[in-house]
Design a protein around this ligand. Sequence first.
Ligand code: BES
Ligand code: MN
Ligand code: ZN
Length: 489
Amino acid sequence: MKITYRKAVTEKDKVLLVPFYSDLENVPEAYREWLKARLKSGDLTGKKDSHVTFYPGSSIEPGRIVFYCFGDLEEASSRRVRATLAKAVKLLRKHVMPELSIVFNNRFLQFPREIGEALALANYNQAIYKTGRDKREAEEKMIKKIFIISSEIDRVQKFEIDEGVKVGLAVNEVRDLVNSPHNFVDVETLSARAEKICAENKIKITVLDRKELEKLKMGALLAVNNGSNHPAKLVVMEYLPLGRRQDPIVLVGKGVTFDTGGVNIKPTQGLSEMHMDMAGAAAVLGVFMLLRDLDIRQNVIGLLPLTDNAVDACSQKPSDVITSFCGKTIEVGNTDAEGRLILCDAISYAIKKYKPSAVIDIATLTGACMVALGDQIAGMWGNNVQMKERMKNAALETDEEVWEMPIHEIHREGMKGKFADLNNIDGDTSGLAGACTAAAFIENFVEHTDWIHLDIAGPAMPKKPKEVDFPGASGFGVRLLTRFLQNIK
Ligand code: BES
Ligand code: MN
Ligand code: ZN
């Protein structure tokens, strides 16, 4: 998808999209009367998402002009512009659409990043595993070239639109990863992908294999991996533009490439979606696709603990006692609470090796978080008020919503082990508050480091996609974490 800027509409423009607000102010003079008549006749309600197409005539270009209403100007917001533009582009993509021209005036150019994000996010190809005619048709409906037409656009606005496009394209790659089934994305392919991304972006990467993890005594990650024939890996990515001048921020993404539940096996219902259990790792990878390109001036480490959670004669058993990397012992009350086991070792490793200024983990961790907040909003826990406020701001700006959740003493109590130091499930609260007790478990490993935990079990793959999304994976977290890093002063 290539973006080009033009000052005015010409006969080169084949299909023209004209976004407007209910007052019709920015509709080009030549069409305003025509549009008013459409309002009068009732062809157009003049409310958000109402739209109408004008066909100027057989031999005249643009051959089709689509007027799309963004609602009242007073209600304009970054969320509204991103979501509505995405809807408009998706509508146009029902037709074969190699080129699209869009007229933006200053009212819309207040939201350049959102424009860029919407254009890329709405131009996602869902048909990567189709062949033949379905594949061809899906490809024909991809927009190859977008012309942005504005007489008043400035350099900064162009730059920010281009930046938004880059972010959106990274999100699309993450969607592909998360949508891919396990026989396409497993430990090996995911770590190979991380190596490719780092090579392309000149980012240092080390992939620790099972042997090295054994030497390091990462007992919790290894225990989850016991039942698998894909040896666990820990991907370590180092983006250090400030060298030794700054302690890094560490991003840890849960990379369970398929979660059967292990011996505490999951029921059939929902099982086939469990290839998405690496959405946290994929989101961190998405951020690493962007760090260099967006010239983010922060030292950032990315850690991806990778394994599947399989059922096998060698699988860990409920009641096993394992020793984590930091030395704390854990009773495996339930093998399906595997995410926290792989996260805790990665977090301890991060703290020991990098002395980070902050750790953020992102994980499809609990069904309970979905019960609490629905499947569009991520749960957020953390130990630093200012850091959480900054995350909330990034969430508002990117429309990747988070809601702050608590850890109470009762949750901490529940995670204590009977025989070992900890249990990976809550014995006391009988499964209630499962998202909070999971956070309480992880808290045991963050020591005094500033920390945020994001549970994205719902928004990684919501049942009802948002305006910018498609059925399946959303790529949640890429926009949120990237903006969080960009906003640090
Ligand atoms: N990967 C799941 C959580 C999940 C559920 C993600 C649905 C996406 C959609 C996680 O590993 C899990 O199984 N969690 C258990 C924890 C329980 C055993 C304490 C859960 O939520 O039931
Ligand atoms: Mn599980
Ligand atoms: Zn899981």
